[in-house]
Design a protein around this ligand. Structure first.
Ligand code: SF4
Length: 93
């Protein structure tokens, strides 16, 4: 079983800053921020766009992106940006 954490939750134990306390995604479905697409690449891209729309209204967007880049996050939507790309497999589902 894969356990996903949304950016506001991921790494919370080791992060000293409290920016996560103000995250707009705190109550969101974690899967939204790690687009996999269930019906293909377009679905995954639409999922990423929905996640980015949550980020658009987030007051800690810059801190989130800084943290993601500083800690080497390679996938998922962080600070309004999709790091990496939607999975290749999503195009063939
Ligand atoms: S910028 Fe997006 S991913 Fe980061 S904390 Fe805010 S809502 Fe969550």
């Amino acid at each position: 079983m894969t356990i996903l954490y949304i950016p506001a939750q991921r790494g919370a134990r080791r992060a000293p800053a409290n920016w996560r306390d103000h995250a707009a995604c705190a109550d969101a479905d974690p899967r939204l921020f790690f687009p996999a697409g269930t019906t293909g690449r377009a679905d995954a891209e639409a999922q990423a766009d929905r996640a980015k729309s949550v980020c658009a209204g987030c007051p800690v967007r810059a801190a989130c992106l800084d943290w993601a880049l500083a800690t080497g996050q390679r996938t998922g939507v962080w600070g309004g940006r999709l790091l990496g790309s939607v999975p290749r497999g999503a195009a063939h589902r």
